[in-house]
Design a protein around this ligand. Structure first.
Ligand SMILES: C[S@@+](CC[C@H](N)C(=O)[O-])C[C@H]1O[C@@H](n2cnc3c(N)ncnc32)[C@H](O)[C@@H]1O
Length: 213
């Protein structure tokens, strides 16, 4: 893509992001700028991602927001630089969000980001691996952490009685769901694939939603 085309894509995405984040756009923009600056300096975001941060990262992170119930307690497993947990927390001030990340540099970035954005009252940062952590969360979110076959056994201990997993998966969703049929049955769980998008002009992506059957 030429630099001009890159500028067009980034400009369009910013316009869409203004609509999606509404009154919280400035906060989303502050997070966008943190990713583009410190996030790339610390090696958490590739420099080539910068022109597509809005569409591929921030907007993609809130594509499934309608599936998250009002006031839910959410844990974002393997949050990395805060995706999808931080954009979700920015767009949805009704949510309590815990960002769970084992790697020190990413954990440090997250604690600073949450502080800088002034959202630490309802966004907690924890250092750890999902499988070593217990909780009673309403929603477990994850993006690009592991295939469902690995991920589901790790996160079962984080789910409250009515808890759900929302795993952003894209094109691998159907194959991954097929591979965990035995695990789902054994644990009395059901999975469905839901097509979601942040905005009518955004691409549809797939979320795997796992609930108690
Ligand atoms: C490819 S990154 C994705 C980060 C972010 N979710 C995103 O979409 O940009 C995968 C992240 O999962 C974390 N991770 C790997 N294994 C994990 C585990 N067992 N529990 C929690 N996080 C884990 C890694 O440290 C890394 O930050």
């Amino acid at each position: 893509m030429s630099e001009d085309q890159n500028d067009n894509v980034a400009g369009d995405s910013e316009r869409i992001a203004r609509e999606v984040f509404g009154a919280r756009f400035e906060l989303a923009e502050a997070y966008h700028d943190l990713l583009a600056g410190q996030g790339t300096e610390w090696g958490l975001i590739g420099p080539r991602e910068v022109p597509r941060l809005w569409e591929r990262h921030l907007l993609n992170s809130v594509a499934f927001a309608d599936l998250v119930p009002e006031g839910a307690d959410v844990v974002d497993v393997g949050s990395g630089a805060g995706l999808p947990g931080v954009p979700l927390a920015i767009q949805r001030p009704d949510l309590g969000v815990t960002l769970l990340e084992p790697l020190l540099r990413r954990y440090n970035f997250l604690t600073q980001a949450v502080d800088n954005l002034g959202i630490s009252e309802r966004v907690a940062v924890e250092r750890g691996r999902a499988e070593d952590y217990d909780g009673k969360f309403d929603i477990v979110t994850c993006r690009a952490v592991a295939p469902l076959e690995k991920l589901l056994p790790w996160v079962l201990g984080l789910l409250g009685r009515r808890g759900e997993v929302l795993a952003l998966k894209g094109s691998s969703a159907a194959d991954e769901v097929a591979a965990v049929q035995g695990f789902l049955k054994k644990n009395k769980l059901a999975a469905e694939i839901v097509g979601v998008r942040a905005h009518p002009e955004s691409e549809v992506t797939s979320v795997v939603r796992v609930r108690r059957a």
